[in-house]
Design a binder for this molecule. Structure first.
Ligand SMILES: C[S@@+](CC[C@H](N)C(=O)[O-])C[C@H]1O[C@@H](n2cnc3c(N)ncnc32)[C@H](O)[C@@H]1O
Length: 276
């Protein structure tokens, strides 16, 4: 089954995988948010009841195919007028038996005041980084954030935190703690991952940056036999991350047009991985 992108409903795939005793170590995905996104085929505006029931099925059917020490990373956001979507979907996953091991905040843009950056930095002015699309409103702040819920079956999935670690700001920490042997600390649960600047038109309306699944997979821990599943693989970003990390992937997508794009992206990723 591995290293394939199936043109198939993810629920149907997961039932089949369960019957065939096919197991995965990590699931990383971003489902439709039910916010009327302009997908070419999928209708992203169904009743809230129907949507949550569907998310509950996704959670329930994924349980038996995910290994006991596996990780399910669910990227989800809401809208300014409907900010509760992520929390309601979270509830459905908890109802299905998942435990919320970590809540990661995916930050798309952020601003710093020079005074807060630290006296040793080279920074001369206040500055902002990342993609920013202002909204016209005197009530709401621009939303620069989405969630990545990290679920496990028992809260006991071990993580390779330093694989995505960052240097200490205060280097005296290196000698201070017995466990600290190098200038690297846990990145924490706030991840700044900007979108790449897109020159051509967008072939899929809701892709995440490749760094997002890459960080999730590295955090779970890379092993040569690792198998990753993305039930809603869209343009194949998770598969590209897997190819670049040299791990096995499988994906499902109901829209034939996106399946074609994903398969083309897989070929391109394999080619550039070979050239490196
Ligand atoms: C948010 S997008 C995922 C984008 C992906 N993370 C990427 O970077 O390209 C959600 C995708 O789920 C697909 N989808 C909707 N219902 C599905 C189903 N039942 N089974 C599989 N895919 C489905 C949609 O066509 C859409 O491409």
């Amino acid at each position: 089954m591995v290293d394939n992108i199936y043109h198939e409903d993810c629920l149907k795939f997961m039932r089949r995988a369960c019957r065939q005793k096919f197991f995965v170590d990590v699931i990383v995905t971003s489902p439709p948010y039910n916010i009327d996104k302009g997908y070419s085929m999928y209708n992203d505006k169904i009743s809230r009841r129907q949507y949550l029931k569907w998310m509950n099925k996704v959670a329930n059917l994924s349980m038996p195919i995910l290994r006991d020490n596996g990780s399910f990373f669910l990227n989800i956001g809401g809208t300014l007028l409907d900010p509760l979507i992520p929390f309601q979907v979270l509830q459905e996953f908890l109802k299905a038996g998942y435990k919320l091991q970590n809540t990661i905040h995916w930050i798309k843009s952020i601003s710093f005041d020079k005074v807060d950056v630290g006296k040793n930095s080279q920074v001369r002015d206040n500055f902002s980084v990342g993609h920013f699309k202002p909204i016209i409103s005197n009530r709401f702040l621009t939303d620069l954030h989405e969630f990545i819920f990290h679920f496990s079956k028992t809260l006991k999935t071990p993580l390779d935190k330093l694989s995505i670690g960052v240097p200490y700001q205060d280097k005296t920490n290196i000698g201070r703690w017995k466990s600290t042997k190098q200038d690297k600390r846990d990145r924490g649960n706030v991840w700044f991952i900007p979108y790449a600047t897109i020159q051509k038109g967008r072939p899929h309306p809701a892709v995440f940056p490749e760094k997002l699944p890459k960080f999730c997979l590295m955090l779970h821990g890379i092993r040569p036999d690792l198998v990753v599943y993305d039930p809603f693989i869209g343009a194949g970003t998770t598969a590209s991350a897997c190819i670049n990390l040299d791990v096995k992937y499988v994906g499902t997508e109901i829209d034939e047009q996106y399946v074609r794009i994903a398969r083309d992206n897989v070929i391109a990723s394999r080619q550039s991985a070979k050239e490196m």
